[in-house]
Design a protein around this ligand. Sequence first.
Ligand SMILES: [Fe+2]
Ligand SMILES: [Fe+2]
Length: 301
Amino acid sequence: MTVSYPRKFRNTLSARDIMKRVVKERELQIMTLNRYRYSEQRSCKDLTELIERLNGEPKELIRDISNHIVEESRHALWLTDLLIDLGEDIGQPTGISYIDAFEKLLDQEAYPTEANKDDTIIAALAAINATEKRGCELFAAHIEALKEAPQTEENIKIRETIERIFPEEAGHVRWGNRWLSKMAQKSPETREKVQLAKRRYFAIEQAAYESSDIMMGAEFRRIEHLMEISETMPLWERTQYLMKHIPETVFNPELQLFRIEMAQKAWQKDPKMFVEQFLPMFFNGLNQSDLERIKEKNRNN
Ligand SMILES: [Fe+2]
Ligand SMILES: [Fe+2]
């Protein structure tokens, strides 16, 4: 079965563009590897919690999730080994966390508990599927970028580690797809629930992924995703959800601090590059429609 990747959103850098930059800067590449390590390790904890919540049924699903945990834990181990071999830090990653942003948007733990068991399974499978697809997209782009990068001993080692992980990540997308279609076949009602859950968790994942986007206009793009998420909710929950998350998105002090920190780092490192590359890249994040919206907002104030 082929792995389908999330569509590229307008005005955001593609995974390939991002990874081309990542492999050029050692510090950035090490930071990225440590983030992978953290995510792999964290997913073991979240999947274990899901098994506990399922409490023994369905057995086949619990077997698949158990196997999934084995694979995620060895990915964490391979990345831990790699970072230690390279003499690097394996502490908590700094900056905005994708997993925390994902859970914040769910308003609860990693995989939601619904009143009905089928609903819990569908929600968990859709959430896992959305994040696994992102993992595949990033790993594939990272491998490609490393093939084009200078073939240093370190880069070869990093590529070999990601190449070992990648086929198992593609397998995680496949088992999720298989279970989602199995649930959809249960009844027309569950089919509809599966479609809605896929749309919902796709939008949540996209918003979480873009939460560390420091480009100008990122807040507007996030609000668009919040609207998409709310459209998958019952009418009476929509307003409450938007009222909670829109202010966090627009006035996100973490994002502002991260922006300043990144700008300072780029400036200190290479002022010429800052002016020629960082600034245009930063403002490119703001497209014409975002500018129109800012003007409109200012007119209304
Ligand atoms: Fe993994
Ligand atoms: Fe995975």
